[in-house]
Design a protein around this ligand. Structure first.
Ligand SMILES: *Cc1c(COP(=O)(O)O)cnc(C)c1O
Length: 459
């Protein structure tokens, strides 16, 4: 399977090279040259199978990997989840279901992709006899998922920069309590944008990049999108696919999660609605409504993992909507950079609207949804999930609607307690999180100092 860049000029790569590269050399994102199809019989044959087996059948055609090796890596990736179903469904109301994606080690859906990518990276590095250094910036969920995924792996060192004093206690402790010496939590003076700028600058230093074997695992990595295709399939099959169509509503920020749903549909899964749910940072909702994709300032909300105005994976959706015209996408991305926005062409807007519906939830609506669901069903929603549930309720029709529950409520205890009056507890397997010793290095926003710290640690 070959992968093409959304900007059309970088060389096509195979699965493993596209995964290790992350971003394409022309600044684009990798997309499979064609989408493998699953016919109705193949989908029907997934019913009742363990999650790991569905992973294998869904992703293998994209990877070209041998069955036994891939199966082994998948088994290791999901062994640390706290639920046998991995991604269980619960019912919220008539025709409305919640897909719980928070049973992984850091209690957010990012574990589904990050745990698998950790295994795939380690396997590739062993075979190539190479070492890599992962450096990432996080506002909370991605960094904890990365540290959990890479802790203790061979040939991989992992450094995560987070803004000192600006992540939740649970998020910080998930990054600072793993004891393995190959993972490093760095608390930087500054905000998330400073952390991200520091990482970008290190990637821009070609000599440093080559010396340490610098690699990124941010949300644009194709392997992360691919791992997320699987739970759309497992959920739809549980609710009657291929014989019945299913809708999905997805709390959306960087667009990686919902784009995986579009891939599942292109593979042949009967998805009749794919709904983008945004908080008041609603650039994606405005784009679908008006065709104008324009940045406004980011406003902080109680669903911080969706506080985004530059939605990096949306570039993949544009590429599909423009009929895989890389030149057109490159031009839009230039306009976004120089003018802060662009207008989607009529044809592409029609195609986006055929693929996605959208909605948004205000802060008040999000809080009210957490409160009401708690009262009506006993379910406690995290604030991101509540944005999804609110938007999904506006789109429920004759077929089942599944809202993706992207994080466990205990990851955002303050917002949940303010809405319900009850503080959500961590799952028992994590109850000692606040007793474990922390290991963290305070760092200044000083690129040369950061670079020498990284080189010293990996020496
Ligand atoms: C990352 C994240 C999101 C947004 O997912 P995208 O793939 O960036 O659209 C939503 N909710 C939670 C809890 C997250 O951690």
């Amino acid at each position: 399977m070959q992968y093409h860049s959304t900007r059309g000029t970088a060389p096509a790569l195979g699965f493993e090279d596209a995964m290790l590269a992350g971003l394409a050399r022309d600044g684009g994102l990798y997309v499979p040259a064609e989408i493998p199809r699953m016919d109705a019989a193949a989908i029907a044959d997934l019913a009742g199978r363990p999650y790991e087996e569905i992973v294998l059948r869904v992703i293998r055609p994209f990877t070209g990997m041998a069955e036994s090796r891939l199966s082994d890596l998948i088994g290791r990736a999901y062994a640390g989840f706290g639920h046998d179903a991995r991604a269980p469904l619960v019912q919220l109301g008539p025709n409305h279901f919640l897909l719980e994606l928070f049973h992984g080690p850091t209690l957010a859906f990012k574990d589904f992709a990050m745990q698998l990518i950790g295994q795939l990276f380690q396997d590739a590095m062993r075979r190539r006899g190479q070492r890599i250094t992962i450096v990432g910036a996080t506002s909370g969920d991605t960094g904890s998922a990365a540290i959990e995924a890479f802790r203790g792996l061979d040939n991989v060192e992992c450094f995560i920069l987070f803004p000192h004093g600006r992540v939740s206690d649970v998020q910080r402790r998930q990054m600072t309590t793993p004891a393995e010496s190959n993972v490093h939590a760095l608390a930087m003076d500054g905000d998330f944008d400073d952390c991200q700028a520091a990482v970008k600058e290190m990637f821009g230093d070609g000599a440093f990049r080559d010396r340490v074997g610098l690699t990124a695992v941010n949300s644009i990595n194709w392997a992360r999108v691919l791992a997320q295709v699987v739970y759309y399939v497992s959920a739809a099959v549980s609710l009657g696919a291929p014989h019945r169509a299913v809708g999905f509503t997805v709390p959306t920020g960087n667009f990686g999660d919902i784009f995986a749903g579009d891939i599942a549909r292109r593979m042949g899964l009967p998805i009749d609605r794919l709904v983008i749910a945004t908080n008041r940072n609603d650039i994606l909702h405005r784009t679908i409504l008006t065709g104008d994709h324009r940045k406004e300032g980011v406003e902080p909300t109680i669903s911080p993992s969706m506080d985004i105005q530059v939605s990096s994976n949306f570039e993949r959706a544009l590429y599909m909507a423009y009929g895989r015209d890389g030149r057109a996408v490159a031009q839009l991305m230039d306009e976004l950079k120089s003018d802060g926005g662009f207008a989607v062409s009529q044809g592409a807007l029609g195609s986006l609207r055929d693929t996605y519906a959208s909605g948004r939830a205000s802060e008040e609506e999000t809080r009210a949804t957490i409160r009401d669901m708690h009262r009506r069903t006993g379910q406690t929603l995290c604030p991101h999930t509540a944005v999804g549930v609110k938007v999904a309720e506006e789109h429920i029709g004759a077929s089942p609607m599944v809202t993706l529950a992207t994080a466990h409520p205990a990851k955002f205890p303050d917002a949940v307690e303010a809405a319900t009056g009850q503080r959500p507890a961590l799952p028992p397997r994590m109850a000692d999180l606040f007793d474990r010793p922390e290991r963290v290095t305070r760092v200044a926003n000083d690129i040369p100092a950061l670079q020498s710290l990284i080189e010293d640690r990996i020496a």
